[in-house]
Ligand binder design. Structure first.
Ligand SMILES: Cc1cc2nc3c(=O)[nH]c(=O)nc-3n(C[C@H](O)[C@H](O)[C@H](O)COP(=O)(O)OP(=O)(O)OC[C@H]3O[C@@H](n4cnc5c(N)ncnc54)[C@H](O)[C@@H]3O)c2cc1C
Length: 489
């Protein structure tokens, strides 16, 4: 007997949509996506700051089965990526399968019936055989814990919640943070601001960005001879795999990359005092490597100062640093990242025996077999779960591997109605025993970043090349799981 399992996917970003596409393309259509916002897109819907763009070239940062021959640039802007997601979703009729404005608060596995009961803020309880959280690692902005933060009387916002009603022209602007978003918006807002003060806790490793506008000729070639775009995708993928190996398996490979970053800084920042401030004091690769040709030149402008003294407090008129200096500003922009290690928060997920997932993870941090399955949480399969983020490469490539694996599980369950699968504790433990030692020698251990939780465990990153992850997830193996039948069905 065959009965297609019902599936609930939480989130309509690249992960949730990618999962839905994988099912739809394999003829499985018994799924619904619950999305808290009013539109699809995930981070590419939320992050609209000036200059928001991908730092992985689009031929690779796109679905392998949906190449887009007419990307305007190699490194696409936010609106083009969001547009691409909409176009592909519409092509496969996904919007009809998405319930917008449905924020999941909690989900509980009903052991007797073998189903998930999933509650949303609108008071509805949804029921499904399989639950696939696809809520991202970077969907919840993190604000710094600074004294006086609420006392500031000017405009203040997080980069992921950019307030476009605030005109920065002629304003004194404070930018806090030097991550992937900050290096994109600082060059855009610096020409408008009267003065821009960058509050820097740690300098960023920055590599040149090999960006280009795709010409009409490129578009025609990619359209008529698709193998040319495939060849570009392959070249980009190989380069990122090389960088991934430099971070994990073959540290010697990082030397030419470090030399390139150092030369980039020297060439772009002739002023020695500024260059000293912008020279990182932690190993390359520890935080996400950044690509920009515009960041350093913007910081070298006369209307910019780079402040490296620690922030002591936010005051009604600005920011006070630890040396007692009060920096009066009109606007504060927090480029302070995301709550990356709080997987699936703030949802409450209850598995067998009413166990709460957050409690299971409270001791050490989030962990999961293949980044997908947790013992005693049956028929729950995560997308972009623990240790599936990459220091180098495209998340979409990783997500496609996860979607293929989960689709195989769904096909397996279709042959066994009323059955549920929990990953075996020993399978999960041996996965972790393999994974964590691989992380020990990586540069991610030598600074603080969103890859590590408070206990120091690296909960986010995948320790290797993306092809290794694809290999590990290529085939669902039923013996990794315990299989049970629901009593009441
Ligand atoms: C500014 C920025 C730039 C980035 N650039 C790159 C890049 O260049 N290359 C790269 O590989 N990666 C990049 N990333 C990482 C990016 O997170 C992934 O590439 C990818 O977009 C993640 O997709 P996702 O669907 O897992 O998560 P998200 O895009 O975060 O989507 C999650 C969705 O779930 C919804 N959701 C969350 N909680 C609930 C709930 N309780 N109920 C219902 N819905 C919910 C959210 O509203 C959202 O729509 C970037 C991230 C950011 C923030």
């Amino acid at each position: 007997m065959k009965r297609e399992p019902s599936i609930l996917i939480i989130g309509a970003g690249f992960a949730g949509l990618g999962m839905a596409l994988e099912l739809q393309r394999r003829g499985m259509s018994n799924f619904t996506i619950l999305e808290k916002a009013a539109d699809l897109g995930g981070v590419w819907r939320e992050n609209t700051y000036p200059g928001a763009a991908c730092d992985v070239p689009s031929p690779l940062y796109s679905w392998s089965f949906e190449p887009k021959p007419d990307w305007p640039r190699r490194f696409s802007q936010q609106r083009d990526i969001h547009g691409y997601m909409r176009t592909v979703a519409e092509k496969y009729d996904l919007p009809a399968k998405i319930e917008f404005g449905a924020e999941v608060t909690d989900a509980e596995f009903d052991e007797g019936a073998g189903i998930w009961r999933v509650n949303t803020t609108d008071g509805v309880t949804h029921i499904a055989d399989i639950l696939i959280p696809a809520v991202g690692q970077l969907s919840r902005p993190a604000m710094p814990n600074l004294p006086g933060i609420d006392s500031f009387t000017g405009a203040a916002f997080h980069s992921a919640e950019w307030d476009h009603s605030v005109d920065l022209t002629g304003k004194r602007v404070a930018c806090i943070g030097t991550g992937a978003s900050a290096i994109q918006y600082i060059p855009r807002i610096q020409p408008e601001a009267a003065h821009l003060t960058l509050f820097q806790r740690s300098a960023a490793w920055v590599l040149p960005k090999f960006d280009t506008e795709y010409s009409a000729l490129h578009h025609a070639l990619f359209e008529r001879v698709p193998v040319t775009q495939l060849a570009e995708r392959f070249a980009i993928w190989s380069t990122f795999e090389f960088l991934a190996l430099a971070l994990t398996d073959i540290p010697g490979l990082k030397h030419p990359v470090i030399a390139l970053a150092n030369r980039h800084l020297e060439k772009q920042v002739p002023d020695l005092a500024l260059r000293a401030k912008l020279t990182p004091d932690y190993p390359a690769g520890c935080k996400r490597g950044l690509f920009s040709n515009e960041y350093f030149p913007a910081l070298a402008q006369p209307n910019v100062s780079v402040e490296t003294t620690a922030i002591e407090a936010v005051t009604p008129n600005g920011i006070r640093t630890a040396d007692g200096v009060e920096h009066a500003v009109d606007v504060i922009i927090y480029g302070t990242g995301f709550k990356g290690t709080e997987f699936l928060a703030p949802m409450n997920i209850y598995g067998l025996g009413g166990r709460k997932l957050a409690d299971v993870w409270s001791a050490e941090g989030a962990r999961a077999f293949l980044g997908i399955s947790v013992p005693e949480f049956p028929n729950l399969f995560m997308m972009y779960g623990p240790n599936t983020n990459v220091g180098s490469g495209s998340i979409i490539y990783m997500l496609e591997a996860q979607a293929r694996y989960i689709r195989q599980v769904a096909q397996y369950l279709a042959q066994r109605p009323a059955t549920f699968l929990s990953v075996r504790a020993d399978a999960e433990q041996s996965w972790d025993d393999w994974l964590q030692p691989r992380l020990k020698d990586t540069p991610w251990n030598f600074c603080s970043s969103w890859y590590r939780n408070a206990s120091g465990r690296i909960t986010n990153n995948w320790p290797g090349a993306t092809s290794l992850f694809r290999w590990k997830t290529r085939k669902f193996t039923p013996s990794d799981y315990e299989e049970r039948r629901a009593e009441r069905r």
